[in-house]
Design a protein around this ligand. Structure first.
Ligand code: LLP
Length: 422
């Protein structure tokens, strides 16, 4: 459920007509709904109320790293799952408690490991023996102990897009689960580490709970094996991955069904279970508001050229992803068209042969479900800037990210003297 709906014939974000935001902030612009974010945060937490112990919830910052979004989620009691020094700094700047922050990722640099230690974060999810040894040495040199979990790769097919699948044996993530017992034994001896658990994350936009259940089952078996070998396990991190509907009418497993499955599988684990949800919290809490530049006649269907492009919302170009596209003031008439951006490559296509509201030049429209992996994946390709982001709160809104103009990006560039000397 989200708070983007038609009121008197115009699409609103909560109580704010989208035309008002377009007029005042310009387009393209990401529009987030505070009420929707809060609702999703609460629904996900409530869905996990059947667990043996209260869970630890860490929002996957990569899904939407905007400081206002992180602050909202901190207010809801969420910590953060971060994958870079930049994300770590954002989570702290937004007011998340260091001990609620989990640091994931296969390529944490020595500087990032040190940054996490100095901040006193709650947990490193280490993804290799190499990383574990390096973290232990850095921690020992500082006279501190790094709380960590070992991320295992359970070799489960998540059944999602190849580019966002992470739990198959040939994916780069985690250590092969068969290596876990020996690695756990080795790393838990290192003075700089407090190796306290296991972590898993098999992929994103999962539309079926079975692969998750398989992965969690394998993790539970490994938990028992490690305890049998005398290790103390207090935390188990089950990652993120729950998908959201992108297409009206699409039905996905609900957070409630996910929570019931997790409660069943983790019953008796006697640990704090941790989660790293991203998309399920942020996805439907945002839209990308865009204006039609012109409608160009084609051989078959017309091309609806909008002012948003693949640099603003990369998912269709990158994964062939579907985003519902709706007029802000639907007339009731429909058309079939190709929805494209202005960028000079064919990949800058949001939808082909799409049945949509009839649109003409100057009309406003939205790409829905753009709150996760939207603004955060933007680039400045074709020397376009970075679009603004706003958050709506009832009848008000605030700009939560200023538009970054192409000139500001060019300002960071230099023409060296050796090119200007003649
Ligand atoms: N934890 C880890 C270790 C992850 O790698 C991810 C996502 C998450 C949690 C959050 O997963 P979620 O709950 O959002 O599914 N750009 C792609 C998605 C990439 C996801 C990468 N990892 C897209 O637009 O679909």
């Amino acid at each position: 459920m989200d708070h983007f709906r038609l009121i008197d014939g115009e699409l609103h974000a909560e109580d704010v007509p989208l035309s008002r935001i377009a007029d005042e902030v310009g387009t393209p612009v990401y529009v987030y709904s505070r009420a929707t974010f809060e609702r999703h945060a609460r629904v996900f937490r409530d869905a996990l109320s059947g667990l043996d112990r209260p869970p630890h919830l860490a929002f996957a910052v990569k899904a939407n790293p905007n400081l206002a979004v992180l602050r909202l989620l901190a207010n809801e009691g969420y910590g953060a799952d971060v994958v870079s020094g930049g994300e770590l700094a954002r989570a702290l700047a937004a007011g998340m408690a260091a001990h609620d922050i989990v640091f994931s990722g296969v390529g944490k640099t020595a500087a990032e490991l040190a940054q996490g230690l100095d901040a006193g974060i709650g947990q490193f999810n280490i993804e290799s023996g190499e990383e574990g040894r390096e973290l232990a040495a850095i921690a020992a040199a500082r006279g501190v102990v790094a709380r960590c979990a070992l991320r295992v790769n359970p070799d489960v097919d998540a059944g999602t897009h190849d580019k966002i699948s992470t739990g198959k044996a040939d994916n780069k993530f985690g250590v092969p689960i068969s290596h876990a017992p020996a690695l756990f034994a080795e790393l838990s001896q290192l003075p700089g580490l407090d190796l306290r658990g296991l972590a898993v994350h098999i992929g994103s936009q999962l539309s079926d709970l079975d692969p998750l259940e398989q992965a969690f089952g394998k993790l539970g078996a490994m938990l028992r094996e490690l305890r049998g070998a005398g290790h103390t396990i207090t935390h188990m991190d089950l990652g993120g991955g729950l998908g959201v509907p992108y297409r009206s009418g699409e039905v996905l497993p609900t957070p409630h069904a996910y929570g019931a499955m997790v409660a069943r599988v983790t019953r008796g684990w006697d640990v704090t279970v941790m989660f790293e949800p991203g998309r399920v919290i942020a996805g439907n809490a945002g839209v990308l508001l865009t204006r039609v530049i012109r409608v160009k006649r084609g051989l078959n269907h017309p091309f609806v050229i909008v002012d948003a492009a693949m640099n603003d919302l990369a998912r269709p170009a990158l994964y062939g992803a579907w985003h519902d596209f709706d007029a802000v003031r639907p007339s009731g008439e429909r058309m079939t068209g190709n929805i494209v951006g202005p960028i000079c490559e064919t990949g800058d296509t949001f939808a082909t042969d799409r049945q949509t509201d009839a649109l003409v030049a100057g009309d406003l429209a939205v790409f829905r479900t753009a709150g996760a992996y939207g603004a955060t994946m933007a680039s400045s390709y074709n020397s376009r800037g970075f679009v603004a982001e706003v958050m709506v709160d009832g009848a008000d809104y605030a700009v939560v990210a200023e538009r970054i103009l192409p000139a500001a990006i060019a300002d960071a560039e230099r023409v060296p003297d050796f090119l200007t000397r003649r």
